[in-house]
Design a protein around this ligand. Structure first.
Ligand SMILES: Cc1cc2nc3c(=O)[nH]c(=O)nc-3n(C[C@H](O)[C@H](O)[C@H](O)COP(=O)(O)OP(=O)(O)OC[C@H]3O[C@@H](n4cnc5c(N)ncnc54)[C@H](O)[C@@H]3O)c2cc1C
Length: 396
């Protein structure tokens, strides 16, 4: 079946009258959660307001890495890398995984000191990252100007993969284990009776259930409100650009990031590059219109980091939403102050794709009452009301 025929078919799947768990949101997180629950024998319904991967997970290429500055994010990234490497077997799909490594370029000595500590912590948790001189970094990526940087950090196992393929792979895998995946069907209300979740209401009617998992990305503030929860997630537009095929074709380079400006680039098919940068002046808004007005910011940062790319042509662009929390870390857990069982995995602040596999496993275990393999307790949404915000991670 073609992908558009499959998308059409999922929009017509009859809504079941009941499900043990209703997962809300058909991005990388919702489909991973649905797959891991269904594989474990749970009767799952996944509902998606639009089409699968129509939110942030519609990004054409997603970076995967285990380089972070705090143990919990390192463990989620590292476990997810293992699961992505095994994706062809389980759930069974080609996700175009490339592992040319991730190269952080560090503008000054303070950054080098901070990353040196982070690399030591990563190594202690089984991540083979290392510090590099700027010359070593230049040998990995000859576009960069080594004189502009004080050092670099690199992990060869990191890279990127195709989010659409991941979402489809997890959705189809969940269906093979009996899950129902229904698109064009928004959650409109969580019905509570006698202090328990009794049902969800959707645009297509009511479904009896005892448990809901919110995987609603940038829309989680509103979805949380429907469930009586305060889940602080705000949308910010982020843009990327693609060059045409370059002549000469680019060498194979790592996913390369200037830690100072957030300018990043890596190979893109066919023989081109993907370029991106965060615009610090982006307002909070559900704005996903690609706007080339952003290109001078990108080109200015490229000129400083990799002068050969300053004038490179841009063939097309794409805009999507970062789903930011106040401390730029995800919300993962089960609501303790809500009636019944309401779990959430949202607000990944720009690294949901690289954490989706491990978070799917963790949410499955939280639902089952088992100790998750990766300790996600620090991601509980009540950290804000309790004044326990986690350390800010290395964000791009
Ligand atoms: C330019 C850009 C670059 C990025 N680069 C990376 C990267 O390199 N690595 C990385 O890990 N991450 C990256 N990200 C972030 C990553 O894309 C997100 O963190 C991730 O896709 C979030 O997945 P999600 O499933 O939580 O959300 P989404 O994919 O947004 O899915 C949420 C879904 O919920 C649905 N929904 C909302 N409300 C309802 C409702 N009431 N009822 C039913 N459905 C509902 C929405 O329609 C949506 O499809 C990038 C993002 C952008 C924009």
């Amino acid at each position: 079946m073609s992908s558009s025929a499959r998308a059409n078919a999922r929009s017509r799947v009859p809504l079941p009258r009941q499900a043990e768990v209703v997962v809300v949101g058909g991005g990388a997180l919702g489909t991973s959660v649905a797959f891991h629950l269904a594989e474990d024998g749970v009767d799952v319904l996944l509902i998606e307001a639009a089409d699968l991967a129509s939110g942030s997970s519609g990004k054409p290429v997603g970076g995967v890495r285990a380089q972070f500055s705090d143990p919990a994010n390192v463990d989620l990234g590292n476990r997810s890398l293992e699961l992505y490497e095994d994706f062809a077997q389980r759930p069974g799909a080609d996700i175009g995984l490339q592992q040319p490594g991730y190269l952080f370029l560090l503008p000054d000595d303070a950054d080098v000191a901070r990353f040196t500590d982070a690399v030591a912590m990563q190594n202690s948790r089984g991540v083979a990252s290392r510090m590099l001189t700027t010359d070593q970094a230049w040998r990995l990526n000859p576009y960069i100007d080594p004189d502009r940087f004080a050092g670099a950090a690199y992990a060869a196992r990191d890279g990127y993969a195709l989010p659409h393929a991941v979402v489809e792979g997890y959705a189809a895998g969940a269906e093979r284990f009996g899950a129902t995946v229904r698109t064009q069907c928004a959650l409109t209300e969580v019905e509570v009776r006698g202090g328990e979740v009794a049902a969800v209401w959707t645009e297509e009617g009511r479904v009896r259930t005892r448990a809901v998992v919110l995987c609603t990305g940038a829309w989680t503030r509103e979805a949380g409100r429907l469930a009586g929860l305060d889940l602080p997630v705000d949308p910010y537009r982020r843009q990327i650009a693609f060059t045409p095929a370059l002549d000469p074709a680019p060498p194979r380079i790592p996913f390369t990031i200037d830690y100072g400006s957030t300018f990043y680039f890596h190979n893109a098919e066919p023989d081109g590059l993907l370029l991106g940068i965060a615009d610090p002046d982006t307002p909070i808004a559900f704005d996903t219109e690609y706007d080339p007005v952003w290109l001078p910011l990108l080109q200015g940062a490229a000129e400083r980091c990799a002068p050969a790319l300053a004038d490179v042509a841009v063939a097309r662009g794409w805009a999507g939403l970062y789903e930011m929390t106040p401390d730029r870390n995800a919300l993962i857990g089960e609501a303790t102050d809500a009636p019944g069982r309401i779990l959430y995995a949202a607000g990944f602040s720009g690294h949901g794709f690289l954490q989706a596999p491990a978070v799917g496993e963790a949410v499955r275990d939280l639902y089952r009452g088992r100790e998750p393999r990766v300790d996600v307790s620090g991601f509980s949404a009540d950290r804000f009301s309790r004044g326990l915000t986690t350390n800010e991670s290395l964000i791009v």
